[in-house]
Design a protein around this ligand. Structure first.
Ligand code: ADP
Ligand code: MG
Length: 385
């Protein structure tokens, strides 16, 4: 987006003067689903769509928060205790971050902030992490310039989402948003925070994000159920041999598990972690077809063994794979709605979107949305205008 368009937006809200602009991306997990809590790897990348933050300093101790995408103005008095308030709705995300940064001893001054997003919220592309990391970056950038510790930002924002907002998420989202790098995906072990960048080049193909526009119902209760099932699988395997976590177990270890459901859950965790490593290897070799096939296998495993897809995700992936030139597709995120991704040859992208959109609507009655995105940088300062 052009800086002057963003500046005009800000001026309409808060009046004439200089404006500073920041950007925080959404994220997508390419492969490695539902295994972070089993000691496995995730493989996310930051997107080129996200949330812009326009900022101007104030003379007093007030932070005003407004969003082009949501109603209400939230006033934060920096001299008072900052508390979660249901009435503040979306404002609780930035409020929690302001509170945390003050607690860490940073100097926080009065600001007018306007958010503007071209990222769908609630779709599993992590707009919540984007707004948290954006707020943290704005406040820390005002203290330390570019010399901010991005891993620290990810950690503090996860803590805000867990403890202040009350959503039990892992660190992947905040990590990808804070540490994203253009044209690179991040291979990340969420437990140890070991990570490495892997060049992401689809050659003559594009990454298409397909939003089912189906809200992620059930995902929280099923998430807890799956975690418990995986714990059970690990417990059984450990009565036979020592393994640190479920992803470290071997496919052969599945023979120890009698219960068919527990066995399927474990099979997903073990094979998905292998697929992540394979995906990184073939991507490094530039084999986009092999990478895409792993996406298809990942979806199948999430559908049949882990059972977290549902009609909408299955339909959109099935319809995507029917289009010639679509090399691979899978659900991404927690499942039960939200988004899927597809790797599509550049020359058929427009036709792909038209075709999948039509067929998905016919089968589900819902209008899907499509975004062609590159892997972009993490949160950044865009400049003063
Ligand atoms: P996801 O992170 O997958 O997009 P969440 O339910 O975790 O979904 O977070 C979505 C919430 O984040 C929204 O309901 C809203 O409270 C907040 N949010 C996201 N984007 C914006 C925005 N541009 N302006 C205001 N609030 C936003
Ligand atoms: Mg979220």
């Amino acid at each position: 987006m052009e800086l002057n368009v963003l500046k005009d937006m800000f001026i309409q809200e808060y009046g004439e003067g200089e404006v500073e602009v920041y950007f925080s991306p959404g994220r997508v997990n390419l492969i490695g689903e539902h295994i972070d809590y089993n000691g496995g790897y995730v493989f996310p990348g930051a997107l080129t769509i996200g949330i812009y933050g326009m900022v101007r300093e104030r003379e007093d101790n007030i932070i005003r928060l407004r969003s082009k995408n949501a109603s209400g103005e939230i006033i934060v008095n920096l001299q008072e205790d900052i508390r979660y308030d249901e009435k503040d709705d979306w404002g609780n995300y930035p409020k929690g971050v302001i509170k945390k940064i003050k607690e860490l001893g940073y100097n926080v001054n009065g600001l007018d902030i306007l958010f503007y997003s071209n990222l769908p919220d609630g779709a599993g592309l992590s707009s919540s992490a984007a707004i948290e990391v954006l707020t943290a970056y704005i406040l820390l950038h005002k203290n330390k310039g570019e010399d901010v510790d991005r891993v620290e930002i990810a950690k503090m924002c996860q803590e805000v989402e867990n403890k202040f907002v009350g959503v039990n998420c892992g660190i992947m989202d905040q990590f990808a948003v804070a540490l994203g790098r253009e044209n690179n995906a991040i291979l990340l072990d969420c437990a140890s925070l070991y990570y490495e960048y892997v060049p992401f080049d689809l050659k003559d193909a594009s990454l298409v994000i397909m939003n089912t526009n189906k809200r992620r119902e059930l995902s929280e209760s099923k998430y807890n159920e799956r975690r418990a099932e995986c714990d059970k699988a690990l417990e059984i395997i450990r009565t036979h041999r020592e393994v640190e976590n479920l992803c470290q177990a071997d496919v052969k270890d599945l023979d120890y598990i009698e219960d068919e459901v527990i066995k399927k859950r474990a099979r997903h965790a073990i094979t998905e972690n292998i697929r992540v490593k394979d995906a990184v290897r073939v991507l490094r070799e530039g084999d986009i077809e092999a990478f895409s096939k792993l996406l298809i296998e990942s979806h199948k495993s999430l559908k049949d063994d882990y059972e977290v897809t549902g009609l909408h995700l299955d339909t959109i992936v099935e319809e995507a794979l029917k289009v010639k030139g679509c090399l691979g597709a899978r659900m991404t995120g927690a499942g039960f709605g939200g988004c899927a991704i597809a790797v599509v040859k550049n020359e058929v992208v427009d036709e792909f979107i038209k075709e999948v959109s039509k067929n998905y609507k016919e089968k589900t009655g819902i209008e899907a949305a499509f975004y062609v995105s590159k892997i972009g940088d993490g949160v950044k300062y865009m400049g003063r205008c």
